[in-house]
Design a protein around this ligand. Sequence first.
Ligand code: ADP
Ligand code: MG
Length: 582
Amino acid sequence: MKIISPYLRPYKKLIFITLLLATINQVFSLLDPFIIGKLINYYSDTKDKVTADVFVKAVLFFIALAIGAAMMSRIAKNFQDYCLSIITQKVGTDIYTAGIKHTLAMPYQLFEDQRSGETLGRLQKVKTDCERLISSFINIMFTSLVGLIFVMIISFTVNWKIALFYMAAIPIIGFLSSFLSKKIKVIQKKIVGETTALAGSTTESLRNIELVKSLGLTDQEVNRLNTNTRKILGLELKKVKYIRTLSFIQGTIINLLRNAVIVFLIYLVFKNEIKIGDYMLFFMYSFFIFNPLQEFGNIIQLYRETEVSLNNFKQLMEQPVEDIPANPVKMGAIKEMEFANVSFKHLTSTRYALKNVSFKIKTGETIAFVGPSGSGKTTLVKLLVGLYKPAEGNISYNGTPYTNIDINELRSQLGFVTQDSQLFSGTIKENLLFVKPTATDEECMTALNRAACHSLLNRADKGLDTVIGEGGIKISGGEKQRISIARALLRQPNLLVFDEATSALDSLTEEEISETIRSLSTSKEHITVLIAHRLSTIMHANTIYVFEKGAIIEYGTHEQLVNNKGLYYAMWRQQVGEAIES
Ligand code: ADP
Ligand code: MG
């Protein structure tokens, strides 16, 4: 529960006002029966002693007071609810955004292993739990505490025996509630865990819907989800059983206690220790006190639930964020970049994905990485753009080691196109402006033209404002890739990286885009890093590095490598052969 306090602190004043309003609301609503009790006392005392005229006036006076008190209570209650919803909404949102912000600041490597649906589900849960807990704390816990104090004071002034009686009853109900809700905690924890896992796997199967559907795995997926849902249902039913038992036992005991109060009060009336109006008053107060006590079980349960989700939240917030150097060196435009004996291992892997990789590159140069799939090319690129940190060795940009640079300064100079580039649904322009919000239409058009998007632009009836994807024109994989390339170019990057950017395309389209990439790299304005399966795409590179199992096994120009008659030569022969056959 300590976790939530920093999020409450900014609203201290508002919380105080809300508590004040809750106090006013509760005190005035308890004054209402008090006044009626006094009225009945007045009636029994003066029945035959005053004239009708005096009596009616007195009654009207009491009733006016009672109406006034009820009115006060209602007004305070309205303001209380208003303030309370401001608090809960704001605190809930603050927690949620803090969680999102933290998640985005986490190193990519940690994030990669987390299912995004799970993270969002957890954040959503902690948000709603906190909102509910805050409102029931103020609306029920605090309000009944005020009520309890008020009733105690009144009962002491009327007859101390009533106060004693109440005091004995309260711990009985409190103990009962907490005892049973403890049992619920265990099952609750299990449910929260399973529900978040289910939420995660649901988004998973929706995200991979293409795979699921195309392979005819729909039934299998539905079954998997159903099994999960049934498991949760079983747990939920068990929980409901506990809660029902709890409220049944509680209801019975409270009913007994209330009847005991009646017997006791009537005895006091009989003994002439209290008046009939006081009997009425305390009879009504017993509802005021005992009813919210019945809610205690629910609140304790809610408290436990919130505790579990807050612990999940804490776990998330305790994940380390990317460390940012205290005084990063301003490196300016990237002019050269060097890998020195870099090794890297994935979190979930036991062997190194990259071992002792060294190379150097300057502006105007193009290098290429080739090798069988799984040889570590993508891993290398992710290190290069700062998504991963090397386990050993050093990466330096303009001579500054990666530990001393501002990673965002590096990334702002980057154009990065991957095999499965993501576009957002929206207009072409929105997709481009995403990486450079200040770009003009002219800049956008230049980038699109350089990325060979002519055929797409011809089809786009509204030009840059044409909606693509859902609800707009359908675009092919090749066109999508070209927009991604245009997006990368729009930034006028100093470091342009293509990781199998064309591998998903047919060979004609690939050739066309490769042509684009080649003409880009001859402009000598930036560093170009190419990874491609088809070697004809990269054969113009200044240096080609051949990877096998995470290590560079040979490097050189295309001619040198072909003459070497190593792995590169073998791959080249195979592809040339393919080309001749087809
Ligand atoms: P390439 O791009 O050359 O096909 P990758 O760099 O993607 O190869 O992968 C290199 C090795 O690292 C492979 O053995 C792959 O299974 C492993 N690998 C890649 N990503 C992860 C990851 N997130 N967690 C664990 N292992 C990974
Ligand atoms: Mg790859």
